[in-house]
Design a protein around this ligand. Structure first.
Ligand code: HEM
Length: 439
């Protein structure tokens, strides 16, 4: 039960509270408040910010009980209905576990490299939106991982289906993200074009996924070729179509923006740091030596260190949120149901109390024998019961894509000095455009 107080924080302006100053420069505002009020402060009577590593970790670990995850982002369901979805989400997580562990994702590695080259092929030589190309790679790779490895592949219809689903995921994710990023938050019942087109894209994706699930249930399933096979197979805890759909849908959407945006940052950082790119290039020869065979992140230790550093310094999920579900305490503070906790992981990842030289991009910090940060100060994949389900696959996608990129392409970034870090729904390299040429 609660004994402490609600955190203190800036009073803000009349009518708009702190929102106006926050919108001027989100990260600078949060840093100022952290400086003035400490690692836990109130943004408003409803929303508090927690930037202390131990407390953030505690919130993540106590998710599903005292704190709820914001699962309503893409759904139309009201909060009470989404809260009830937690058991479905957790059942989907348990069932998909054998398909998302390290061994299962490693087995997918040679396909990842092929998919990377296939996505870059059509844009070679042209000036493109780099993050969009990278997102397209990740979503094709993840769709292939989820749906592309079944026995039907032999019958030849699977590749087209993967392509169709990948396009639908991109549409649904982009349109929903555009709604979430607009400063004016539109209720989902409002019949404006942006809301209508987001709903239509979501419906289209749902239709395609339900179609795949029904077809797969009707067909033979001797071996688990992909995530969908795993979720439909086995006798323990069978899932109905809706639970399978929800798991697939969350996996596909969650994989769209975050790894693709990280690869956008990779392109920018490597263009600015040719010494780092040169070191990756040496190690990336393993891609040629092991063509069409399994490659793991252990084969590319320096590239893995670069990726870990990217996920520290330019973490797309820079801000995570939870809703308070019970009357509860956190540290010496107290919270009521319905209040919100925002966790700017970005601040923790760049805090000199928890890291040496946090403002410098230093992959080598990851190659020592000691953990290069204070306890819980590095949380790129979250923690606790809702930790990223695709963390193994995501890391492998990033490491292999960075290695293939550096080894096989010359990349020119157009006006790198004009690219700015923009903390929207994700932390994005805004204005990043570039050209890829095969080496
Ligand atoms: C390297 C890239 C990635 C990063 C940094 C990342 C990060 C995260 C983070 C921080 C969360 C937790 C959000 C929260 O607690 O509020 C999350 C959740 C999730 N991620 Fe990832 N992710 C990555 C790649 C992927 C990929 C490739 C997939 C799918 C194959 C994926 C699937 C998911 C799913 C399904 C969840 C929700 C889990 C749940 O609510 O139970 N992620 N991710």
């Amino acid at each position: 039960m609660s004994t402490g107080e609600y955190p203190a924080g800036p009073r803000g302006r009349r009518l708009v509270g702190n929102r106006y100053d926050y919108e001027q420069d989100r990260i600078a505002f949060l840093r100022r408040c952290q400086h003035d009020y400490g690692d836990v402060f109130a943004f408003s009577p409803r929303t508090s910010v927690v930037a202390d590593p131990v407390l953030v970790h505690e919130v993540l670990v106590r998710t599903n009980t005292d704190f709820g995850i914001e699962v309503a982002l893409f759904d139309d369901a009201p909060p009470e209905a989404t809260a009830r979805q937690t058991p479905t989400a957790m059942a989907g997580r348990r069932k998909s576990r054998p398909a998302v562990n390290r061994a299962a994702t490693d087995a997918h590695s040679h396909r990842l490299v092929d998919i990377f080259h296939a996505r870059l092929g059509p844009v070679l030589g042209r000036e493109v939106d780099v993050a969009a190309v990278m997102k397209s790679f990740v979503i094709h790779a993840t769709t292939d991982y989820c749906l592309g490895g079944s026995a039907e592949k032999a019958a030849g219809d699977e590749t087209a289906a993967v392509e169709e689903v990948a396009v639908a995921v991109s549409e649904a994710a982009e349109r929903s993200t555009a709604l979430m990023s607009s400063s004016l938050s539109l209720p989902s019942w409002m019949p404006v074009p942006a809301v209508r087109s987001a709903k239509a894209a979501n419906r289209r994706l749902a239709e395609l996924l339900y179609q795949r699930i029904r077809q797969r249930r009707a067909g033979p399933r001797d071996t688990a070729g992909d995530l969908l096979d795993t979720m439909l197979g086995g006798d323990a805890e069978p899932l109905d179509d809706e639970a399978v759909y929800r798991t697939l849908s969350v996996m596909l959407r969650a994989s769209h923006g975050v790894p693709g945006t990280t690869l956008g940052w990779a392109v920018l950082v490597l263009a600015r740091e040719p010494g780092i790119a040169a070191r990756i290039r040496v190690e990336a020869e393993v891609l040629a030596q092991r063509a069409h065979r399994t490659i793991t992140v252990d084969d590319l230790p320096y590239t893995e260190a670069v990726v870990k550093e990217l996920l520290r310094a330019y973490l797309p999920t820079w801000l995570m949120g939870r809703e308070v579900r019970t009357h509860t305490t956190l540290g010496r503070w107290t919270f009521r149901p319905g209040q919100q906790i925002m966790m700017p992981v970005y601040l923790m990842h760049r805090d000199p109390r928890w890291w040496d030289r946090p403002e410098e991009f230093l992959p080598d910090r990851w190659l020592g024998t000691q953990q290069p940060h204070a306890r819980f100060a590095y949380l790129p994949f979250g923690a606790g019961p809702r930790i990223c389900l695709g963390n193994q696959l995501g890391l492998l996608q990033l490491v292999l894509a960075v290695a293939a990129l550096v080894r096989d392409y010359d990349v020119t970034v157009v006006d790198p000095d004009t690219v700015v870090m923009r903390p929207e729904a994700l932390l994005v390299p805004a204005g990043l455009r570039g050209r890829f040429v095969r080496r």
